[in-house]
Ligand binder design. Sequence first.
Ligand code: G3D
Ligand code: MG
Length: 174
Amino acid sequence: MDNTKRITLKIIVIGEPAVGKTSLVKKFVSGRFTTDYRSSIGTNIFTKKIVLENETETTLQLWDIAGQERWISMRRPYYSGAKGVIIVGDLTRSNTFDQIEKFWVPDLDQYCSLIPIILIANKSDLLYEIEKQYIDSLGERINTRTIIFTSAKSGDNVELAFKLIAKQAINYLQ
Ligand code: G3D
Ligand code: MG
C-alpha cells in the first residue's frame, strides 16, 4: 500500500529587480545557473517535487515575478493562497534590503495573513560590505527567524533555503 501523503504548496518569491529571484528558482528547479534568459511580463510558475523526512511528497509551486516587479494589477492573484514567502535581497546592494522593509513586507501584509517568511541574502559569491548584523536586525523586524546566505551562481545553500521554507509552510499548515 502507498502511504505517501501528497501536498502542493504555493511559495512566492519577492524582492527588488535583479536580486537573483529567477536565478535562485531556476537553480533549485533545474540545478543549473543560466544567464541567457530574459524575463517577460507576468509570472513564471516553476514546480518541483521534494520528499521531506516525514515521507510527505510535496510539490512546490514556486511563483516568480517575471519583470515588472511592482506591477500593481498582478498583486492579488500573485499573493493569493501562498503558504510561504521567500524574500530576496542582494548582498552587493544594501538598498535592496531597505526596500524589503519599506515596500515588500508592507505589500505582503496587505494581501496575506501571517505565513512563514524566509529572508535570503543572495550573491554571497561576490564581494560585499553589508554586515550580518544589519541583516539579522532586519530579520527581527520583519518577523523571520530564518536568514540564509545563498549564491544562485555556486548553488551554495540554495536547496537548503527552499527545503526550509517548505518545512516551515508544512508545519504552519498543521
Ligand atoms: P531577478 O529575477 O531578481 O530580477 P535575476 O534576478 O535572477 O534575473 O538575476 C539578476 C542578475 O544577477 C543576473 O545577471 C544574474 O545572473 C545575477 N545573479 C543572480 N544570482 C546571482 C548570484 O548568486 N551570484 C552572482 N554572481 N550573480 C547572480 P545578468 O548579468 O545576467 O543580468
Ligand atoms: Mg526575475
